[in-house]
Design a protein around this ligand. Structure first.
Ligand code: ADP
Ligand code: MG
Length: 487
């Protein structure tokens, strides 16, 4: 997947590292028992700890720690036996305590790896630098009242996992593949719902450019809070081109934080490095270091589900699927389960084709999620059985599928009621073949010079049988009955 920017002075490539904030799936916050449900009335889910009241003490939520370890294991990462919560100090109205509790020098998870599934079927590993736990801040509401900004602290204290990648990503598309794969793994693990619209998954993209072939990195800009897959690619693309133009025009890239304006499709400066905060991190004296024992980690490891990479390998091996199809089917658990139910006891490749092309095609067009599919896996399996038993032919199977999708009914009933069974009576087909040959002497002459005309004869016979004959069988009979091809 080559990607380069042709500048005036040569060819440039992009270097990207992503920092993803994933909200931990947990009913309670990281350091308090307050609820985390999305969409609650403002400030309805705020404990005194989350409001930064003096004298309140944070209590670490063990379930969130478990979720972070689960995620670390899912990313094939080192789990640090000891990690430390620190205070990241800054003033902002949505941060009532004046500091965010985060992890800095000693995160709970260290180096790991995420595998990208490239469109050409190859894979590429992207390094994970670390994963740490931290609390979210509140939210400033600027548009509710003309003369004031309001603060909603519902998010204050919600547990986040910050997952940092190495600067290994080289194209906007790879950044999107990375986000999709990460979301897929988080959902398999059940540690984050991955819902970008609700802000459960947010991404900061660090972007720099360098001349193709250079070994070092250029100065990077960080684009904050990109909140959709589409914007990730657009923001990186825009930012990279901006930097190339800037450098080629004789300027230099300032290390700064930028915002992506989705409306305008451009990034703009938010603050420069000189304005960057000195957060004065120090270990939070209210919280002990987190020490994990082996039994805790082993118990979580033993409970991990089969993850996308392993499932993809299994599908390729057990069903003979290519990497692309297998990758599509393992993207989420529901899809994999559906496919396996259709493929059980049947031809895996055929099942994959019908699920990916026919079912996903129809669902996509109708804008229906797989969970609400009018065609369940059992019904689709029955359709394949009818096809493979030659009760119906391939053409009819497509029609029956369309009817199943439209009506939600079983294929057996549709086939019976509409009389769609394949005509297997050889005598009846032969009679049609004889009739068509006798009625079209001109075409018979053409056939003698051009054997491809057999397709036309097949079509005529199929039409005469209402599309219910077996096209292969019809061709065989035609070949036997037509005169030999000349030359
Ligand atoms: P900070 O602590 O300032 O956020 P880090 O070194 O932790 O900086 O890097 C943050 C992110 O920036 C990481 O995802 C990393 O891969 C990425 N990154 C670092 N250097 C570059 C660079 N030159 N170009 C693009 N991304 C980079
Ligand atoms: Mg950072």
């Amino acid at each position: 997947m080559g990607y380069e920017i042709q500048g005036n002075t040569g060819v440039w490539e992009i270097v990207v590292g992503l920092e993803v904030h994933a909200q931990v799936t947990s009913n309670a916050k990281l350091f308090s028992g307050a609820a985390t449900a999305y969409g609650a009335a403002p400030n309805a889910q705020v404990s005194p700890v989350d409001a930064g009241m003096p004298g309140q003490l944070p209590v670490l939520n063990g379930y969130c720690v478990e979720q972070a370890v689960r995620t670390g294991l899912g990313l094939k990462a080192e789990i640090n036996r000891e990690s430390v919560f620190e205070r990241k100090n800054y003033f902002y109205p949505d941060l009532p305590a004046g500091y965010q509790i985060s992890q800095y020098a000693h995160p709970i998870v260290g180096k790991g790896e995420l595998t990208l599934d490239m469109p050409d079927g190859t894979t590429r590993g992207i390094g994970i630098t670390r994963l740490h736990l931290e609390m979210d801040a509140g939210k400033s509401l600027h548009n509710q009242q003309d003369d004031a900004t309001l603060i909603d602290l519902n998010r204050s204290g919600v547990a986040l996992m910050e997952i940092v990648s190495e600067p290994d990503i080289r194209t906007p598309e790879e950044a999107v593949l990375y986000m999709r794969k990460l979301r897929s793994i988080l959902r398999y693990l059940g540690t984050c719902d991955g819902n970008m619209e609700e802000g459960s998954l947010r991404c900061d993209a660090n972007v720099s450019v360098r001349k193709k072939g250079d070994a070092g990195f250029g100065t990077r800009c960080e684009i904050k809070n990109v909140n959709s897959m589409r914007f990730v690619a657009r923001a990186i693309e825009y930012e990279a081109r901006r930097q190339v133009e800037l450098i080629e025009g004789g300027g230099t890239v300032d290390q700064e934080t930028r915002l992506f304006d989705a409306q305008k499709g451009e990034t703009r400066s938010m603050r420069s490095k000189e304005e960057a905060h000195d957060y004065r991190y120090f270990p939070d004296p209210d919280l002990l270091p987190v020490v994990l024992d082996e039994a805790f980690i082993e118990r979580i490891a033993a409970g991990l589900p089969e993850l996308p990479d392993a499932k993809k390998a299994r599908y390729m091996e057990a069903y003979g699927l290519g990497p692309y199809d297998a990758g599509v089917l393992v993207a989420d658990r529901t899809t994999g389960d559906y496919f396996e139910a259709v493929a059980a006891g049947r031809d895996g490749k055929q099942a994959a084709n019908w699920v990916i092309n026919d079912l996903f095609g129809s669902l996509g067009k109708a804008g229906i999620a797989l969970e609400n599919s009018p065609v369940g896996p059992a019904a689709l399996g029955q359709l394949l059985d009818l096809l493979n038993a030659q009760t119906i032919n391939g053409r009819t199977a497509k029609d029956v599928f369309a009817l199943m999708f439209e009506t939600g009914r079983d294929p057996d009933r549709i086939v019976e009621e509409r009389g769609l069974r394949q005509v297997t009576d050889a005598g009846a087909i032969e009679a049609e073949v004889d009739r068509v040959i006798a009625a079209n002497p001109g075409q018979v002459e053409t056939y003698k010079k051009n054997p491809k005309v057999i397709g036309w004869f097949t079509g005529q016979v199929m039409k005469a049988t209402g599309g219910k004959a077996n096209p292969g069988g019809v061709q065989q009979i035609l070949k036997a009955k037509l005169p030999p091809v000349e030359g």
